[in-house]
Design a protein around this ligand. Structure first.
Ligand code: ADP
Ligand code: LRH
Length: 499
């Protein structure tokens, strides 16, 4: 028997997708299962314009509409929908509810040097104590301060700020909300006080009237407007506030054993290595190791480290494609398999890998500067990136154990990046512990989980999470011999200290 049907939109920095989730009762097993079907997938390509980098937000809206139409054309009748996207970005609305300009992409160069400037102006300790976030250039606070400094007319004209998933939901429903998990990616929300940091906003020339009180995931807040229903020929399905930050939806879908601490990597454009906590861990130690405290669904906090992730490989692939050497990710990984291990290592979080374009040259320059072999072939470059990511995960896992006092018996990996089996295998070896992978579509599944909570089909996060284990088999990667990795770990630590 079918208990519920929902539609999840999951927009990552590299692609977006629409998936149908069907909650079914397995009478024989005496339990519920989740069946997931992808119905639409589309690329997410930023656009450079007048010296700024933007998201193509109307294109993305169009793709969501296509997804809704397809759902019904394929015969599904979703009761609700939910949207999750990457963190931190936003659109501004004027007093008539119209969008002011094209939202900036978080990699837009307007934030260059802003972290340092704010540290100077406010104080690093104070910023961390209040916002609990890693000092990432893309944090909303940096984007808004850059706009404020530039005297942005858009900022001056704005009445409301909507973070990307809330903005897209507003286009479809006419309802303005601010979902809690996204609010906590701004560095303008105080996790300990559970309040917007209005004094800080005022100090930075960011109008505090722009910010809406957060709504928690698992709440129905609206439905498709008549206009959208007419355009698409569909009924007014209801909108659910889900863990609208993709990382938080993915964390909800980590098939961990209830009641036991677990560590995970959400592996996509970014790699977010984290663990689930009941409260934010805002300590001087967490600050010095640069960990974020982001609000999760179901009353959780996620202690997270943002790691540059497969972005570096995506950008190299884009260059190879442009040079006419078009290779799929599996072909690239196959080349990496063949390449000699540990020839060159990078710290993936070196600032030089953050901006788009010219990645291959920057990676080669890094290797040259650090006196290492300069990788040339696809295999050599990909091997360098993948091994370095595995080493970075190992380092961050150790730091997280130090911070929480927990020891983790292995590492869960979820998200699109787990299709890179070499990365999963090398990670197991780097950490000297098993890696458990799955599900690939963790963000979309976590998004669905909160829709089931909103529909009363699941009691809470824990019950919704148990669906994941029951529905999607995990794979396990066992570590290889650790002595192969000991020297590389030492070399990597030295590299991070010296560069
Ligand atoms: P995001 O949500 O940030 O856009 P995804 O979770 O979709 O990212 O993951 C995208 C990444 O997954 C790509 O950068 C690529 O490295 C990896 N990937 C996707 N498909 C494959 C594949 N078939 N083999 C190896 N890696 C893959
Ligand atoms: C991953 C992610 C991450 C960061 C970045 C901007 O998709 O959401 O948690 O916030 O994007």
């Amino acid at each position: 028997t079918k208990l519920a049907t929902v539609l999840a939109f999951d927009l990552g920095a590299s692609s977006g997708r629409a998936l149908i989730g069907e909650l079914v009762r397995d009478e024989a097993a005496g339990s519920n299962k989740l069946q997931v079907t992808e119905i639409h997938r589309f690329p997410n390509q930023p656009v450079a314009l007048n010296g700024h980098l933007h998201w193509d937000i109307l294109r993305l809206l169009q793709e969501l509409k296509i997804g809704i139409r397809k759902a019904f054309q394929l015969g599904y009748e979703p009761q609700t929908f939910g949207i999750d996207t990457w963190g931190v970005d936003f659109g501004l609305l004027d007093a008539n509810g119209e969008l002011l300009g094209n939202p900036y992409h978080y990699r837009d160069s307007q934030t260059d040097g802003i972290v340092e400037e704010l540290n100077e102006l406010i104080g690093k300790e104070r910023l961390y104590e209040q916002g609990g976030l890693q000092f990432m250039p893309f944090n909303t606070i940096n984007q808004l301060y850059a706009m404020s400094k530039a005297g942005s007319p858009k900022l001056a004209a704005a009445s409301t700020l909507l973070l990307t998933p809330d903005l897209l939901a507003y286009f479809l429903t006419g309802e303005k909300i601010c979902e809690f998990t996204m609010a906590t990616t701004t560095q303008l929300f105080q996790p300990k006080e559970q309040l917007w940091n209005k004094p800080l906003m005022e100090k930075l020339g960011i109008p505090s009237k722009l910010f809406i009180e957060p709504t928690h995931a698992g709440t129905i807040f609206g439905q498709l407007t008549d206009e959208v229903c007419e355009e698409l020929g569909v009924p007014p399905i209801r909108a659910v506030a889900v863990g609208s930050h993709d990382t938080e939806s993915a964390a909800a879908a980590v098939p961990a054993v209830a009641g036991r601490p677990f560590a995970y990597v959400v592996c996509g454009t970014w790699s977010l290595l984290g663990t689930e906590l009941g409260n934010p861990l805002v300590t001087p130690e967490a600050q010095s190791l640069d960990f974020s405290n982001e609000g999760g669904v179901g009353g959780t906090y996620q202690l997270l480290k943002n790691i540059m992730g497969l972005w570096i490989l995506q950008e190299c692939k884009r260059e190879w494609d442009e040079q006419g050497n078009e290779l799929s990710f599996s072909e690239i990984t196959a080349h990496a398999e063949q390449a000699e291990p540990f020839r060159s290592l990078i710290n993936p979080d070196d600032a030089s890998f953050y901006a788009p374009a010219g990645m291959i040259k920057r990676l080669q320059a890094y290797c040259k500067e650090t006196g290492q072999f300069v990788p040339q072939s696809v295999g050599e470059i990909a091997r360098c990136i993948i091994e370095s990511l595995a080493l970075r995960y190992n380092q961050a896992l150790g730091q997280m154990e130090e911070l929480t006092g927990q020891s983790f018996s292995g590492l869960h990996m979820v998200g699109g990046g787990i299709q890179n089996e070499l990365l999963c295998r090398l990670t197991a070896s780097a950490i000297g512990r098993p890696v458990w992978t799955g599900p690939v579509e963790a963000s979309a599944i976590g998004n669905m989980q909160m829709q089931f909570v909103a529909l009363g089909q699941c009691k809470n996060l824990a019950e919704s999470r148990s669906l994941v284990e029951a529905s999607f088999p995990m794979e396990q990667y066992a570590p290889g011999p650790t002595h192969d990795w000991a020297a590389a770990i030492e070399r990597f630590e030295r590299l991070c200290r010296e560069k």
